[in-house]
Ligand binder design. Structure first.
Ligand SMILES: *Cc1c(COP(=O)(O)O)cnc(C)c1O
Length: 229
């Protein structure tokens, strides 16, 4: 069985190769290691192999890991899961990024609860395939939510995140990714600090990079299969 360090190394190689294949700079795509449900010891192994950005989906679990690893000062923690308003304070106080903003109410609370000395980086989650089961705003709602977020003092709008529908043909997936890239380009035109398009996971990283992703979120490819989703 491969070690986490080996999996990380080959994930970075294929990420860079996908970028080069798409005529993009090899360092133009960031890797977020999604460590949900995995033990802190796995995060430490990835850290020792050079990984610094980690993503967590569940508030309680994520905060516990942030606290246990507080001596690892250069870890950048991303919250990527659904967020209820009664949990925003914990996220505002412990994470560096929130990728799953889809309501102004959540954004307002995060801004109120965040220290003004260290603004929180946020992405708007887009429900690109209009799935009932998924969080995220419709593409037509991005501009209004972006304007609301931009007016909040302690948040910095950095871009967009999406989780495309699982049951799509290759061609449909490409269309979804292309649609996201267009929305990202439009957003950048209004907000110069926007630089992050978070799309692509273990199963579709290559297509996402081809379509212009700047951050892929890999769980299974680094840490192996999970018991829970
Ligand atoms: C779990 C999860 C991932 C990682 O998925 P893998 O298929 O294991 O790479 C990425 N993004 C989000 C939002 C997730 O919840």
């Amino acid at each position: 069985m491969e070690t986490i360090a080996e999996r990380l190394k080959s994930a970075l190689l294929s990420l860079q190769q996908s970028a080069v294949d798409a005529h993009r700079a090899p360092n133009s795509v960031q890797l977020l290691a999604v460590s949900k449900t995995k033990p802190v010891s796995d995060i430490v192994l990835a850290y020792e192999a050079g990984q610094r950005k980690f993503g967590e989906n569940y508030v309680q679990e994520g905060v516990e890991k942030v606290q246990q690893l507080q001596d690892f000062k250069d870890i950048e923690w991303h919250f990527i899961g659904p967020l209820q308003s009664n949990k925003t304070r914990l996220v505002a106080e412990h994470f560096d990024w929130v990728q799953s903003i889809d309501r102004v109410k959540i954004a307002r609370r995060l801004s109120e609860q965040r220290s003004p000395f260290k603004p929180l980086n946020v992405l708007i989650q887009v429900n690109i395939n209009d799935e009932d089961s998924k969080s995220g705003v419709a593409p037509t709602e991005i501009a209004a939510l972006a304007a609301d977020i931009d007016a909040l003092p302690n948040l910095i709008l950095r871009g967009l995140m999406t989780i495309p529908a699982a049951a799509q043909s290759e061609q449909q997936l490409q269309q979804s990714f292309a649609h996201m890239h267009q929305a990202f380009t439009d957003l950048k035109a209004s907000y110069p600090q926007v630089d992050t398009l978070s799309m692509g996971m273990s199963g579709d990283m290559e297509q996402a990079i081809k379509a212009g992703s700047t951050m892929v979120r890999l769980g299974t490819a680094l840490f192996g299969p999970r018991a829970r989703p």
